[in-house]
Design a protein around this ligand. Sequence first.
Ligand code: SAH
Ligand code: SF4
Length: 380
Amino acid sequence: MSQVDKVNLLGLSPAKLEAFFAELGEKRFRAQQVSQWIHQHGIDQFEQMSNLSKPLRIKLAEIAEIRPPELVQQLESTDGTRKWLIRVAGGSCVEAVFIPEKNRGTLCVSSQVGCSLDCSFCATGKQGFQRDLTAAEIIGQLWLAAKSFRDLDGQSERVVSNVVFMGMGEPLLNFDNVVDAIHLMLDDHAYGLSKRRVTLSTSGVVPMLDQLGKHTDVSLAVSLHAPNDALRNELVPINKKYPIAMLLASVKGYLAGLPDKHRSATIEYTLIDGVNDRPEHARELAELLHDVPSKINLIPFNPFSLSDYRRVSNNSLYRFRDILVEAGYTATIRTTRGDDIDAACGQLAGMVNDRTRRSERYNRDTLADISEPVRFIQGE
Ligand code: SAH
Ligand code: SF4
């Protein structure tokens, strides 16, 4: 069997890995052992899996492989914020960002190369859509991040406690691969993350959101960005297909299907100067969400070269937040300062040439001058 025909075990969901071993006539616990080697110890060579018999290791090496995507560049700021530029099959690049906070470490992962939905304020959207990531390429971002912590810090603890699908791409348009990756994130023999600490962010692909609850019960974030259809049609074009009422009904359906009735959705609202940041927008939003269990996360728009939008002023930002809080909502502000390493929301474009040049610059400076690292506050 040639190299290309080998099965890449990295992206197989727990159920698919079991099926793979069942076909070899092996017991279920073999899949669990191999999963632990791959995902908990970061091993990519079968010969190192010392609790497997020698013949099984030889057999596995013949028919299978553990092939992560290629790490092109790692940027690291002095406080532990990290960004990885990752090359996936075919030569394109995606980015994953790790944001350390006091009590948690959040990895922001990509689900597609580019995005087809073309939201007017998003750098990824401006790049167009190239392709879906495979499950191995999605979970590979977590695998690489965990491995880099292990290699650099000698830490075997789970440093990544949270994962958010807020990198490049629309996760619900790459449904099967995203769901397989989520199952690995939650599985005790893989990453063992709590379902509350894995968050899928969507711009509102309603038919797939209606399906999501049949497959998983992770936390949900919804990119709303506008309190009415006229404005949302401009900012998030998929709204013309699935307008706000339809989207919020689907969100409520997802929440109602969760075993724990007290969970809420995070409503993401990117504030753009003079576009969606007026007090009447805040009041309209408060009214709109009155029967949706939600926490609101306000994201100041992060500028990028292909956009004429401007960041919301601090005055408008705090006034907007205060109106929501007075209306009884939990409203948090996500401060995104990673724009100095192009790691902030909506700035991930994964363009290797441009990015490599930038990276060289930051390598020379050893990032020591980046005193304000990426900060990412998401309401829990
Ligand atoms: N496609 C998914 C997930 C990736 S985008 C989605 O749209 O939800 C992750 C978050 O970053 C979304 O809330 C998105 O609206 C926001 N975002 C995109 N571009 C941004 C920008 N330039 N400034 C601030 N937030 C942005
Ligand atoms: Fe795609 Fe999300 Fe960007 Fe919209 S905001 S273009 S859905 S990645």
